[in-house]
Every structure is written in C-alpha cells, then in structure tokens.
Design a protein around this ligand. Structure first.
Ligand SMILES: O=C(O)c1ccccc1NCC(=O)[C@H](O)[C@H](O)COP(=O)(O)O
Length: 189
C-alpha cells in the first residue's frame, strides 16, 4: 500500500520527507490552517526530491488556478473536494494530470471520470477517525481521515490504494518528523 503525507507547508518539513520518501506529498491550496500559496508551494516543490509526486488539494477552485499550478510544475496530481463536477474533472484531466475525486466516507462509489477516489471524513483535514473497514470501492482509492499510528492497522486492512495522513503526523498542529517517519515505516513493513 502507498502513503501520502498531506498538508505540507514548511520548508523545515522537507528533510524527513526526502529521507523517508512517501509515495505522494500533498499541498493544500484551499482555505485551511495548512493552506499554501503558489509561491510557497513552488519553493516546497523545488526543495522536495524530484521523484516524489505532489498532489494539489482544492475545494471548488477555478480550473484556471489549478492549471497554473500544473503548468508551473508545482503539482502532478489534482485532488478535488466539494461539489462533484464531472465536466471540471474532464477539463482538468485534459491538462495531463490524474484527478483524485474526494468523497465523504458515507457516500457510495460514484461513476466518475476521475482516476482515483479519496474517501475522507465529513470535515477534511480535521483528524477525526471513523470505521475504515466499511470503505471499499472498485476504483483505486485513497483512504483519509484521522489516520494515525494507533489506528493504522484498521486502515491497512482495507483494499485502499494509498493511505492519506495529515493531522496524524502533527503535534500541536505542526508536522512532526518522528511521526512521519514512524507511519511511513509502518505502511512499508
Ligand atoms: O487538510 C486540510 O486542512 C484540508 C482542508 C480542506 C480540504 C482538504 C483538506 N485536506 C485534504 C487531505 O487530503 C487530508 O490529508 C485528509 O483529509 C486527511 O486529513 P486528516 O484527517 O487530518 O489526516
């Protein structure tokens, strides 16, 4: 199973990421305590090892803004939260990147042009856990929402393509290098 570390916003988080090499790193462009600007994300992308793919996280963002982040080579995957919009998914795919459609875990798998689904908490990025074992889908999916080292075993029992962690690798709202290293190693055991 793969692992994505989401909500990276500080250059000081990069040494541990370059060391443990998660499968994906996420930048949140939506309003959030983890929100980054295009300029900050450009700096983070430059300091991150080139072979680690970056995911841009957006909530009902204009396609033009998303295209800018792709064209500037800041992100190579697009994660869409909020209202489901098939036309927008097709438009973003035409920019040449895979699209991840986020859904609340309470929803059933949808027919979608997106390449991946992402099942999340009702409040994305809140760190609140739920029963991961009830989630399954035919399409490859990311599993997100309150995953941490204490409940990772349940997440690993699912058929998720990738585990997605943000709050669970933070201490007092700041990314914690020890927690990042610990959870990446556990997923790869
Ligand atoms: O992380 C945020 O603050 C956020 C805000 C708005 C939309 C999406 C957001 N995060 C998306 C993610 O991929 C998170 O990593 C995922 O929801 C898991 O978060 P957590 O429950 O904190 O582990």
């Amino acid at each position: 199973m793969k692992i994505k570390i989401c909500g990276i916003s500080r250059l000081s988080d990069l040494p541990v990421l370059n060391k443990v090499h998660p499968d994906f790193v996420g930048f949140v462009f939506a309003p959030s305590k983890r929100q980054v600007s295009l300029l900050t994300a450009t700096r983070l992308r430059s300091a991150l090892e080139a072979s680690i793919p970056t995911v841009g996280v957006f909530v009902e963002e204009d396609a033009a803004f998303i295209k800018e982040a792709i064209d500037e080579h800041i992100i190579s995957y697009v994660q869409l939260h909020g209202r489901y919009d098939e036309e927008k998914i097709k438009t973003i795919k035409s920019y040449g990147v895979p699209v991840i459609q986020a859904l609340p875990y309470t929803e059933k798998e949808v027919e979608t042009a997106a390449d991946y689904l992402l099942f999340d908490n009702l409040k994305p990025g809140s760190g609140e856990a739920y029963d991961y074992t009830q989630v399954s889908a035919k399409k490859p999916f990311f599993l997100a929402g309150g995953i941490n080292i204490s409940n990772i075993e349940d997440a690993l029992k699912t058929n998720a393509y990738c585990i997605d962690v943000s709050s669970g690798v933070e201490t007092e709202g700041i990314k914690d290098a020890i927690k990042i290293e610990e959870i990446v190693r556990r997923v790869r055991q």
